[in-house]
Design a binder for this molecule. Structure first.
Ligand code: ZN
Length: 148
């Protein structure tokens, strides 16, 4: 229910307007997406525009913990149009948080939470500052891939 709500709100609030094809990457999508559209259809609070298509995928870190058939159905490598994407976000932050977590081992729960939260906010801030360069680099990669 929370994932359904988050997904619908992301579609409704991120000005995706003309985009009609979405790649939804989630760690357990092979199970999650089975009744996804039914849940949305039966909900009074959630909505997905009728004219969009959703491709469900599983990130490349998590796909190897699934059955073999999940690999070919849901790995981003095999989803047409997905390009080259690992589909993982949080796991990339572990290396940074591992460095910080040692210093919070003896901290109180509140202090530990604040320190980790500060580092996550710092990571988000840096992503926001660099998103233009990031998208430009990936756009160039996509153009090169499509033309070769
Ligand atoms: Zn699976």
């Amino acid at each position: 229910m929370n994932m359904d709500w988050s997904f619908c709100e992301a579609l409704a609030t991120t000005n995706v307007g003309i985009i009609k094809l979405f790649l939804h990457i989630y760690d357990i999508n092979c199970q999650y997406c089975i009744h996804f559209l039914e849940r949305i259809a039966h909900s009074e609070l959630m909505n997905i525009p009728d004219d969009i298509k959703i491709a469900h995928a599983i990130g490349l870190f998590h796909i190897h913990g699934h059955k073999d058939e999940c690999l070919y159905r849901y790995a981003t490598s095999y989803v047409p149009g997905a390009g080259i994407v690992d589909g993982e976000i949080l796991e990339a932050l572990w290396s940074v948080l591992n460095t910080v977590s040692a210093s919070t081992r003896t901290a109180s729960l509140a202090h530990r939470t604040e320190v980790l939260d500060d580092h996550m906010n710092d990571s988000n801030w840096k992503k926001m500052l660099n998103i233009g360069n990031h998208l430009t680099i990936h756009y160039i990669d996509v153009e090169l891939t499509c033309t070769s």
